[in-house]
Design a protein around this ligand. Structure first.
Ligand code: CDM
Ligand code: ATP
Length: 284
């Protein structure tokens, strides 16, 4: 193993609330959403090469050229080249653990971890703000993973205010349906007129404005939430399909996981106010 090799977690995120306050002319939605990270995620391995190639091990379900990991790597390489900086090639491998299209931000987190890790391997020539500017080209959720702190996000998700949120143990359940973010945001019945948060937003009602529509379109999501709500306060994350329930202890969350109907998948994880990717790369 090369001594410069890196293994870095790409953590899941939860949207503790997600309010839609408007729609821009380009179709993107104005959001107010509270992000936190989980100590559970994909694991990416970066191994420098002798040549200048970026090689990504194949991942089930996504062609390599469409993979956000590969696209993030290419984007960063171009940014380095535009500055006249030479970079080494890298082999990238992934242990994919997060459900795809699950609302826990797996693709965005993979992209952000790739930007952070390659930047580190290539000498940290770009600032976190510059990485976030590259990241927003790949997805609205990438900047929060670059910022690395729990945050209240506005705009389409790129205007970030770091905040500490109370930590819990979460049971995250994936009802095994794949939901397209674009289809939910494009649906005519999606409510888009939530009032902006008050100054004291911590005490405002917390809800996910996509939840009612997604429950109507996907009965498995409705069933999942009904089941979780028997045990703890529960909500959907992002545009679904994952739903999460908050517990005060790992034991309490694991007790409910043990009762999970076999047709669904779930995991228990602790929330983190700092991304484990930042901790691994010494960016905190
Ligand atoms: C719903 C959230 O997960 C909340 O964290 C994100 O806002 C979605 O972030 P993401 O998956 O990185 O989204 P992108 O890949 O940028 O966009 C997917 C699609 O969702 C829609 N989209 C996304 C974000 C946003 N603020 N408004 C939108 O309307 C757009 O139609 C876009 O084509
Ligand atoms: N490395 C990757 N991991 C997961 N999905 C990827 C990746 N690269 C590209 N994709 C594509 O992105 C789509 C959305 O994936 P992702 O798992 O990020 O959804 P999500 O958790 O719903 O995201 P969000 O909460 O940000 O909307 C996938 O269906 C897949 O086609």
């Amino acid at each position: 193993m090369n001594s410069c090799a890196l293994s870095v977690i790409a953590p899941a995120k939860l949207n503790l609330f997600l309010h839609i306050t408007g729609r821009r002319d380009d179709g993107y939605h104005e959001l107010e959403t509270l992000f936190t990270f989980l100590d559970h995620g994909d694991e990416l391995h970066f191994q420098p090469r002798q040549d200048s190639r970026l090689e990504l091990a194949p991942m089930n379900g996504v062609a390599n050229e469409d993979n956000l990991i590969f696209r993030a790597g290419e984007l960063l390489r171009q940014a380095y080249q535009q500055r006249g900086l030479e970079v080494c090639g890298v082999n990238i491998d992934i242990d994919k653990r997060l459900p795809m299209g699950g609302g826990v931000g797996g693709g965005s987190s993979d992209a952000a971890t790739t930007l952070l890790a390659l930047n580190s391997l290539w000498g940290n020539k770009l600032s976190l703000d510059e990485l976030a500017e590259l990241g927003i080209q790949l997805g609205a959720d990438v900047p929060v993973f670059i910022g690395g702190s729990s945050a209240l996000a506005r705009g389409v998700g790129e205007q970030l205010q770091a905040v500490d949120v109370p930590q819990h143990w979460y049971l995250v359940v994936h009802p095994q349906v794949h939901i397209s973010t674009a289809a939910v945001f494009g649906h005519p019945d999606l409510p888009r007129d939530s009032a902006p948060l008050p100054q004291q937003w911590q005490h405002a009602e917390h809800r996910n404005d996509c939840e009612a529509l997604v429950k109507k379109l996907y009965s498995e999501v409705e069933k999942t939430l009904q089941w979780l709500l028997k045990y703890a306060p529960s909500r959907m994350t992002g545009t679904g399909a994952c739903c999460f329930a908050a517990f005060d202890s790992e034991r309490a969350a694991l007790d409910v996981l043990e009762k999970l109907p076999t047709e669904w998948q779930g995991f228990v994880a602790k929330s983190l106010n700092q991304s484990p990717a930042h901790t691994a790369l010494g960016l905190n």
